[in-house]
Write a protein that binds this ligand. Structure first.
Ligand SMILES: Cc1cc2nc3c(=O)[nH]c(=O)nc-3n(C[C@H](O)[C@H](O)[C@H](O)COP(=O)(O)OP(=O)(O)OC[C@H]3O[C@@H](n4cnc5c(N)ncnc54)[C@H](O)[C@@H]3O)c2cc1C
Length: 444
């Protein structure tokens, strides 16, 4: 069997993989690059898959890079092929094609694992019925879109970022949407209690039902037990005994890093926490020479907490990939400016959060809050330096706060203005204004 060797092999054709190609090509125009993904599509913007559902964007509008990207960057794409296993001694990846294509090996000098995450589906009776899906890939979005004409009652399990974005999109195209969430509030990982309540209000005003502190016990339908995707979901039974009619169920209860390629190798993976993920240095290198990882599959350095952990966000994946690419091509670079920064908008109601969402019970931390008629802001500070923010309803000053966070500016001399309605550059001392004018180097 022919074994081709590439200078650079990238597993994952999304934000991380594309960032890596661009990082490599900034320095190395000649080295051979192959990119491999089990999704068959040209690279696309994953955060837009819910927008595709509601018709906000069409398939072409989802392209993350122009169609001639691979050719222009001299990249050999293997799309629709799964990397089945990794042999670090031979420095090769075994790839499995679509049915009947057999398998073959690709050898590499340097490797990037930008494998993203896979959705978690809790064991539930009826989970294999037709009309039950997760919402993580373009194919799933296209499949749901195809079904929409037959959907009157949609249920979304999970009110995190993916669940709420899916519910918003569905509410524009389906008669009735119900969100079921086990926690006592929506978006609990990216907002505090008040902004969660405001977000839930925005959904309820648009007729989306939000059921908190509840979950699905059983999925019921026709044609059970005939294999995945057969039959049809008809209703769901909730923990509290309620039965809801349902002809589409989207399960959005969490995504886990895809680290299965590390199985049987010595690549470091986080096994100490429930989150998982490849362990990397600030330059995105794993513990194995020439093997890098980034994006949803790996940890990243959080400039607010100083720790390395999962930061499953599109910009973090792209920058991590770009940094990996620069290092793979021999240019030392570090990822130092990521944090859990989220910016979303539900039905015109904007929300932003970053860093600490509330004051940790530790020495030196304080917080200030403004809460006025649907316009909410909370800043968390440590020794007068902003370490976190939550904003909802009006996010106009989020960029300034983030700049102050990233520049580690002491706010002591202007702290009384921080949450004023007119807070802006005029309140900043000249030296801070100068500092803020310098572009932040997200790649060091
Ligand atoms: C509905 C939705 C909405 C989102 N909204 C936002 C948002 O508003 N803002 C934001 O910042 N982020 C958002 N995200 C998260 C964002 O999409 C991810 O952080 C980002 O896609 C991570 O990029 P990645 O390159 O690490 O991995 P992914 O985008 O997950 O891509 C990984 C790729 O690797 C491939 N792959 C994995 N394993 C293998 C293998 N063994 N063999 C071959 N191929 C493999 C997969 O096919 C996939 O193509 C959203 C995600 C979803 C699903």
């Amino acid at each position: 069997m022919a074994v081709k060797k590439y200078d650079y092999l990238i597993v994952g054709n999304s934000a991380g993989g594309i960032g890596c190609v661009e990082g490599i090509r900034r320095e190395d125009r000649e080295g051979s690059i192959a990119i491999l993904a089990d999704e068959k599509h040209h690279t696309y913007s994953r955060p837009l898959i819910t927008h595709l559902l509601e018709g906000d964007v069409d398939r072409r509008g989802m392209d993350y890079r122009p169609r001639d990207f691979y050719r222009k960057h001299s990249v050999e794409p293997f799309l629709g092929f799964k990397a089945g296993s990794l042999d670090l001694d031979r420095r090769s990846v075994r790839i499995e094609g679509e049915k009947g294509n057999g398998s073959r090996n690709l050898r590499f000098d340097k490797l990037l694992l930008a494998t993203g995450g896979s959705p978690f589906i809790p064991p539930m009776e009826g989970a294999d019925l037709g009309g039950v899906t997760t919402m993580i890939t373009l194919d799933q979005s296209l499949e749901v879109k195809r079904r929409l004409g037959r959907v009157k009652n949609a249920v979304v399990l999970g009110a995190g970022l993916i669940g709420t974005k899916t519910a918003e999109a569905l509410s524009k195209v389906v008669d009735r949407v119900t969100v079921v969430e086990l926690a006592d509030r929506v978006l609990s990982l990216v907002s505090d209690e008040t902004s969660s309540r405001l977000a839930a209000d925005a959904f309820r005003k648009k007729g989306v039902e939000i059921l908190l502190g509840n979950s699905i016990m059983e999925i019921r339908g026709k044609g059970k037990g005939k294999g995945k995707g057969r039959g049809k979901v008809e209703e769901v039974l909730l923990l509290d005994g309620t039965v809801i009619p349902c002809d589409l169920l989207v399960v959005a209860v969490g995504v886990r890093p895809r680290t299965e390629l590390a199985e049987g190798t010595d690549i470091g993976v986080d096994t100490t926490r429930t989150g998982g993920g490849f362990l990397v240095e600030d330059n995105m290198a794993t513990n194995i020479e020439g093997v890098y990882a980034c994006g949803d599959a790996s940890h990243a350095h959080d400039f607010v907490t100083g720790a390395h952990h999962l930061l499953p966000l599109w910009p973090n994946a792209y920058i991590g990939g770009r940094i990996a690419g620069l290092n793979m091509a021999g240019v030392p670079s570090r990822h130092r400016w990521a944090t859990n920064m989220n910016s979303v908008d539900f039905f015109g109601f904007p929300m932003v959060s970053a860093g600490f969402l509330k004051r940790p019970n530790r020495k030196g931390f304080t917080e200030i809050i403004r809460d006025e008629e649907g316009k909410y802001a909370r800043l968390v500070l440590k020794d007068d330096v902003i370490k976190g923010m939550v904003m909802a309803g009006n996010v106009a000053r989020a960029g300034i706060y983030l700049g102050l966070m990233r520049n580690k500016v002491k706010t002591t001399s202007f702290s009384e203005h921080l949450l004023a309605h007119d807070f802006g550059a005029v309140h900043l001392p000249d030296e801070v204004k100068e500092k803020m004018k310098q572009p932040i180097r997200v790649i060091e």
